[in-house]
Design a protein around this ligand. Structure first.
Ligand SMILES: [Zn+2]
Length: 382
C-alpha cells in the first residue's frame, strides 16, 4: 500500500486499492463505472415498469421448467429482499438455491428457511464437499492472497448455473445493486476457475474433482449452450437498507446478523480481521463509495464510518474457530500474516486471456449473458 494516500474527489475509494486510476479531475474509475451503469439503469417512474416487463417476458418464455428463474440465497439482506421482489412484486416462480460451505451462521440458516417458507418458494441447497472445500480455502490462506472467500463465490456461481442448466431454467437472478454494493476492485477480490487451480497446485495439490469449480468450459456450456442469462433486478428499484430490513423483519421473520456480509462466519472473519490486519483493506469502502455516489450517505459521514476499524465482539473466538476448522495452526497463521501480500496477479489465471477476448466478452454482455457490471469490472469503461 502506498504511503501517500490519495482519495477520489467524489467517493471514498483511495490508494488502498492497488491500481486505482484517477482522471485529471481526480475522479476514480469506479465512479465512472457507476455513471455508466446509472445511464443504463436510471431510477425514475418507469424503472419498476421496465423490470415488470422483463419479468413478463421471462414468464412467457418459460417452456420446459416449473420455475422462471434461480435466485441464489445466503440468508443476508440483499438476497432475501431479491427473493421478496421476485415473488411478491414480479409474481415469478423462482427456485431459491443455497450453497452451504459449512460456515453459515444459525441466523442465516433460519433466515433462509423462514424467507422461503413465508414466500412459499422451493429451496434447493447444495452442501459443498467439506474436505475438498476446506483444503482449497486453506490453500488460499496459505497463498497469502486477499480473497480467501473466492472458492465460496465460485461454488455459489457454479451451483446456481448448474441447477439452472439441469432444470432448464433460462435466468439466474443476482442480488447485487451497484448503488449500494458498488464495484469490488479486482485487486481485492478476483474470481476464476484457473486461479483456483493454480493456487491449489502451488499450495496443496488437492484433488479438485469434488470442488464446484467454474471454468471457461462452464461459461460456454451455460451461456452459449444453455442460453442462461443473468439479471440484476435490484438495479431497477430504490433500495434503502433500513426500509428493506423492516419489510424483511416484519413480513418474513428475517433477523439481522450484525454487519454487512456477516451472515457467513468465514466472510465475517475475512472482512473484519484478515483483510484489515494483513492488507489494510477495508471492504466497507466499496459499499460506502457506492452509497456516496448514489446520495445515500454524505462523503464526510462515510469517512467517519471508515475511521473506526471493522471490529466484531467475538474476534478472538471467531479467529480460533475459523483457523481450527480450516486446520490452520497458529504458527502457520503467523507466517501467513507476515508473508508478502499477494493477489491474483501473482498467480496463473484467465485474466490475460480475458484481456485478449474483450470483443467476445462485450458480445456476451450485449446479448445479456453476463451483466454489464461484470463486464466493466474486468474491462473498465471504453
Ligand atoms: Zn470515486
Amino acid at each position: 500500500m502506498s504511503k501517500i494516500n490519495k482519495i477520489c474527489k467524489n467517493c471514498v475509494s483511495d490508494t488502498s486499492i492497488q491500481n486505482i486510476k484517477f482522471d485529471k479531475d481526480g475522479i476514480c474509475q469506479y465512479c465512472k463505472i457507476h455513471s455508466e451503469l446509472e445511464k443504463e439503469f436510471p431510477l425514475d417512474h418507469s424503472s419498476l415498469d421496465k423490470l415488470k416487463s422483463i419479468a413478463k417476458k421471462i414468464k412467457n418464455d418459460r417452456k420446459k421448467s416449473k420455475y422462471d428463474c434461480i435466485v441464489g440465497i445466503s440468508g443476508g439482506r440483499d438476497s432475501s429482499y431479491l427473493l421478496y421482489i421476485v415473488k411478491k412484486i414480479l409474481n415469478l416462480n423462482p427456485l431459491a438455491v443455497h450453497y452451504d460451505n459449512g460456515f453459515d451462521t444459525e441466523t442465516s440458516t433460519s433466515n433462509i428457511l423462514n424467507v422461503c417458507s413465508k414466500l412459499n418458494v422451493d429451496l434447493e441447497t447444495k452442501v459443498a464437499d467439506w474436505e475438498t472445500f476446506k483444503k482449497i480455502t486453506r490453500s488460499f490462506f496459505l497463498a497469502g492472497v486477499s480473497d480467501p472467500d473466492t472458492p465460496t463465490d465460485i461454488g455459489i456461481f457454479k451451483t446456481m448455473y448448474e441447477i439452472a442448466y439441469k432444470e432448464k431454467i433460462k435466468y439466474v437472478f443476482n442480488g447485487h445493486s451497484f448503488r449500494t454494493e458498488g464495484v469490488e476492485p479486482l485487486d481485492w477480490t478476483y474470481m476464476d476457475g484457473l486461479y483456483v487451480k493454480s493456487i491449489n497446485k502451488k499450495n496443496g495439490k488437492n484433488n479438485l474433482d469434488k470442488f464446484d469449480n467454474f471454468t471457461l468450459f462452464d461459461l460456454i456450456k451455460f451461456n452459449i449452450l444453455g442460453g442462461i442469462k443473468t439479471i440484476l433486478p435490484l438495479n431497477y428499484v430504490e433500495y434503502n437498507h433500513d426500509e428493506v430490513q423492516k419489510i424483511l423483519t416484519d413480513e418474513l421473520g428475517w433477523t439481522y446478523y450484525g454487519g454487512h456480509h456477516h451472515e457467513s462466519l468465514l466472510t465475517k472473519f475475512v472482512v473484519s480481521y484478515y483483510l484489515p490486519n494483513k492488507f489494510s483493506i477495508d471492504r466497507r469502502r466499496t459499499g460506502l463509495s457506492a452509497m456516496v455516489r448514489s446520495g445515500k450517505i454524505k462523503k464526510i459521514d462515510a469517512l467517519k464510518v471508515l475511521e473506526k476499524k471493522p471490529k466484531v465482539d467475538d474476534e478472538k473466538y471467531l479467529k480460533d474457530y475459523i483457523l481450527d476448522k480450516l486446520d490452520i495452526s497458529d504458527k502457520e497463521f503467523k507466517l501467513i500474516m507476515q508473508m508478502e501480500n499477494k493477489n491474483f496477479r501473482n498467480y496463473h489465471t484467465y485474466y490475460s486471456y480475458f484481456k485478449n477476448f474483450g470483443v467476445f466478452a462485450k458480445f456476451l454482455y450485449q446479448l445479456g449473458f453476463i451483466p454489464k457490471l461484470l463486464y466493466l469490472r474486468y474491462y473498465g469503461k471504453d
